[in-house]
Design a protein around this ligand. Structure first.
Ligand code: FES
Length: 163
């Protein structure tokens, strides 16, 4: 069993209450636990398998994509755990990557990242895994939210800070 302080309990319940009151429909809701915003990206019923949906997170300067894969993936959400999201900035020199057949491909120097394995770099000059967007799925509404980032977004000193 996990011990939780009174202060932590109040912070968690306050954040939960804010989400409930918002109806989970606002575009951006503060999520104070990690410092990342919670942002609604879309609804699972509108996603098409292997067709990426572009958005930005955690701010407008950070392009990302949302993917519905044919199979379960590490970090995947939804009933089949097959919805994942990544930054589209290559970790080598920041070129844009695109999705193709289960991987993100950078055409600048041919790096490839496995989208079913946390964005693992497995070919090319990029040695760092591409940043994965942490998702939350609302099973009642089908809405999908971004709520954090694992790994460093290219060109940043911190995911919430530009240079
Ligand atoms: S910028 Fe992507 S491999 Fe070099």
């Amino acid at each position: 069993m996990t011990d939780i302080s009174r202060r932590d309990f109040i912070q968690v319940t306050s954040a939960s209450a804010a989400l409930l009151l918002s109806g989970l429909d606002n575009t951006v809701i503060a999520a104070p636990a990690k410092g990342y915003p919670m942002k609604k990206i879309g609804n699972i019923k509108n996603l098409v398998e292997n067709e990426p949906f572009a958005f930005t997170y955690p701010d407008d300067q950070s392009p990302c994509l949302l993917l519905k894969l044919p199979n379960e993936a590490i970090g995947g959400v939804g009933p089949k755990k097959n919805v994942v999201s990544f930054s589209t900035l290559c970790t080598h020199m920041g070129c844009p990557v695109s999705y193709s057949q289960g991987r993100l491909v950078c055409k600048c120097h041919y790096s490839m990242f496995d989208v079913s394995r946390n964005g693992q770099s497995y070919q090319g000059l990029a040695s760092q895994w591409i940043a994965q967007i942490t998702l939350r799925f609302d099973a009642v509404t089908g809405n999908i939210y971004a709520e954090g980032v694992e790994g460093l977004i290219y060109g940043r000193i911190g995911n919430l800070k530009l240079r």
